[in-house]
Write a protein that binds this ligand. Structure first.
Ligand SMILES: [Zn+2]
Length: 718
């Protein structure tokens, strides 16, 4: 997933801020020279890379405070400008506000996910309601909106180019959707709701992270870990030691319902203990319980939607997405559900046959799924993950795989930069160049898991491309690859390889951005469109010439054997029933919570969850939702009513993969076409129009159904 700032306006970054004057106290400085706050001036590093080596936790709060005050003053000047509103003195002027705040937010919110600590968590909790109030003060400023509306009403008579008209429409839409047309009394109510939601969302995400840390499963007898690799056992011993339980073993949990050790642990009782710990997260009482927060957030969002004139929160959200309506999303999800569950049941039958043949004497449960899925996979495809990993050394995957594909498609080259500061020694920095040698931007790779890093994988832009200032992008990818013991190579799973290609697809979207206004830069597209370019980039992970280039044995340099490779590719299809069902269940939960009116929000969170899955036909106990409501961070943060977006995007992805194959696959001509029509356009053109410009027609759902083995369902999208 991508990481987007919660502040719509903060996503637009402007540069060329004048050197910030700040009150100095000579006496204090003489006593204890305090380094200047590095956020107060634009970075002087290449590409305005944040000066990570100078940023301290104590810098964030003052930078946020001054950043909000500066932007407030800039906005006041625009709103109170005695000159009649013009596109330049109002809209372009707004695009240029908030440089300090944007600079601070881009670093802070990303590091709050990637490298947090208690001091940052405190700042996050303190700033969430203040930032929400700051944002509200802008979008609910009556004088400012009057100027925007006056321009909007004559938008086609202002002599503007298409991107500028779209920017004006975007501002008008954003302000209206944020409540600009409400009465003063309703605006006050709305502000209070937004402040409470901001606080609840921060508490929720911090609870999820703390619960992951608190609910790892402790094992005292190493025999119970039978099946785990020696490396995984060492890692569990080290995790226990770090937690003050030396001599024991700690199975750390990942953010999803499913947990990786379940595929190899032979001890069924331990498997069940781990699964129970995972599924029970944030709903077992105690200080990290999120049940009441989930219900309260659903109620507040429903009330806010009603205030803004919408039937429910999902209707409000989807109006601004390519999906458009609740009906369109419900149709995609419910059309696919029966076929997905039927496929999962077929997969379960194969597993139950193994359990019965082994005289196991039990019915397959969620905790057993990964273990027996691995057995079926080995029986059907005759290989296991450990045979593959020696061919997937991390740096080779990145440089000889991900970068090589970008080189052949787009002519890019990459140069490692070890001279630039980072926030953690594991972060790798590369400078990216065009085919003709012109610099394009910086790419940061932060690939290893840490206990202070949130789960999953994501991309963010520290510095978005900006056509007004000529600023080039600085983008980053974040993964959670377990770090090997010192001196050992980092060998990836096939999933991790795919994720690396996926996240780099987002990075390309950011790097290729070539728009005038920062509002439209890079990944500033609808949520149900943003996953599409990154999903397309996954196709190169298994493209034969790319794979041959990166998948070499880390010790011998031997290429991956063709027979093993064939099995890997065949096995890719295996497990689609489980994957699609757990995804659909989570997507349906997200919609269920957000399609409620305020008076329908239940008090019993888990009972509602169970009922919602049952009504959707997705209450198949061996396949729990990928996330349960109480640890579903996507929907409490930026993806509320938007988790369906991955599948929606995949319709476009599957179509585009077909296009590349029809047109000769991996070649410059094809890459250049994708870049020119779509990857470089950001949000400057309607998203579905971008797709049509690239593909030459509207999307069809067939390729997706084929890929996921769902062709029996009479489904359609669009
Ligand atoms: Zn993504």
């Amino acid at each position: 997933m991508t990481h987007k700032l919660s502040l719509a306006l903060a996503a637009a970054l402007c540069v060329a801020v004048p050197g910030a004057a700040f009150a100095h106290d000579p006496a204090v400085e003489a006593a204890a020279p305090m380094p200047a706050n590095p956020f107060f001036t634009a970075s002087t590093l290449p590409y305005q890379l944040p000066p990570f080596d100078q940023i301290q936790d104590a810098h964030y709060a003052p930078a946020f405070e001054k950043g909000m005050a500066d932007q407030r003053a800039e906005i006041d000047a625009i709103a109170n400008n005695p000159a009649a509103p013009s596109f330049d003195n109002t809209i372009v002027a707004m695009e240029k506000t908030g440089a300090l705040l944007n600079r601070t937010a881009a670093v802070f919110f990303n590091l709050a996910g990637a490298n947090t600590n208690p001091a940052m968590q405190k700042v996050q909790a303190e700033m969430a309601p203040k930032l929400a109030a700051h944002q509200d003060a802008i979008v609910l400023d009556g004088k400012l909106f009057a100027r925007i509306k006056a321009l909007y009403d004559q938008r086609n008579d202002l002599g503007l180019d298409a991107e500028s008209v779209r920017l004006l429409e975007r501002y008008h839409t954003d302000f209206v959707r944020a409540g600009a047309n409400l009465s003063d009394a309703d605006k006050t109510t709305l502000k209070a709701m937004n402040a409470e939601l901001a606080t609840l969302s921060t508490t929720f995400s911090q609870n999820v992270l703390k619960e992951v840390q608190a609910s790892g499963v402790l094992v005292s007898d190493v025999k119970e870990l039978d099946g785990l690799s020696a490396d995984a056992i060492t890692a569990a011993a080290e995790a226990a030691k770090a937690a003050g339980k030396e001599g024991q073993y700690l199975i750390a949990l990942m953010n999803t319902s499913g947990q990786p050790p379940l595929s190899s642990l032979t001890n069924r009782a331990l498997r069940k203990k781990i699964m129970d710990a995972s599924l029970g997260r944030n709903s077992r009482g105690g200080e990290f319980d999120n049940r009441a927060i989930v219900a309260r957030v659903a109620k507040l969002r429903a009330e806010r939607a009603a205030l803004l004139g919408y039937a429910n929160h999902a209707t409000y959200v989807l109006e601004d997405e390519t999906a458009g309506t609740v009906g369109a999303v419900n149709k995609l999800l419910s059309d696919l559900a029966p076929a997905a569950v039927a496929n999962a049941r077929k997969e379960a039958a194969d597993m139950q046959a193994i359990i019965d043949a082994e005289k196991g004497g039990f019915a397959l449960e969620a905790a057993d799924w990964a273990f027996y899925a691995e057995k079926v996979r080995q029986a059907k495809y005759d290989f296991d993950e450990s045979q593959l990993r020696p061919y997937f050394e991390m740096t080779s995957v990145l440089e000889n795989g991900v970068f090589e594909a970008a080189g052949q498609l787009y002519g890019l080259t990459f140069k490692r930069r070890t001279d630039l500061p980072t926030y953690h020694p594991d972060v790798m920095v590369y400078e990216v160049f065009e085919a003709d040698g012109k610099p394009l931007g910086l790419f940061l790779g932060d690939f290893y898991a840490r206990s202070n890093k949130r789960g999953g994988a994501w991309m963010n832009a520290y510095v978005p491309q900006n056509g007004l200032t000529g600023t080039q992008p600085v983008v980053a990818n974040h993964l959670n690859i377990p770090k090997p013991a010192a001196g050992q190579p980092t060998l990836l799973t096939f999933d991790e390889v795919t994720t690396m290609f996926h996240e780099f697809g987002h990075a390309l979207h950011g790097l290729f951005s070539n728009v005038k206004y920062p509002q439209f830069a890079g990944t500033s597209v609808p949520r149900d469109f943003v996953e599409y370019p990154s999903q397309v980039n996954e196709m190169w992970a298994t493209w034969p010439s790319i794979l041959a280039n990166y998948a070499k044995h880390y010790q011998t340099g031997e290429p991956i054997p063709q027979a093993l490779l064939d099995k890997v590719l065949a096995a890719e299809q295996y497990g689609q029933g489980h994957a699609t069902t757990e995804y659909l269940a989570a997507a349906m939960l997200d919609q269920s919570w957000h399609q409620l009116a305020a008076n329908e929000v239940p008090s019993d969170t888990l009972a509602f969850e169970a009922q919602a899955l049952k009504s959707a036909g997705l209450d198949y106990a061996p396949v729990p939702p990928r996330y349960r409501s109480t640890y579903f961070s996507h929907i409490m943060g930026g993806y509320s009513a938007g988790y369906y977006a991955y599948l929606w995007s995949e319709v476009l992805d599957a179509e585009s993969v077909e296009w590349f194959k029809e047109n000769g696959g991996l070649k410059r001509e094809n890459g250049d076409h994708f870049r020119k029509t779509l990857l470089s356009r950001g949000g400057s053109v309607d998203a579905m129009q971008l797709f049509r410009d690239f593909r030459g027609r509207d999307p069809q759902v067939g390729p997706l159904l084929k890929r996921r083995g769902l062709e029996v369902a009479p489904a359609s999208a669009q």
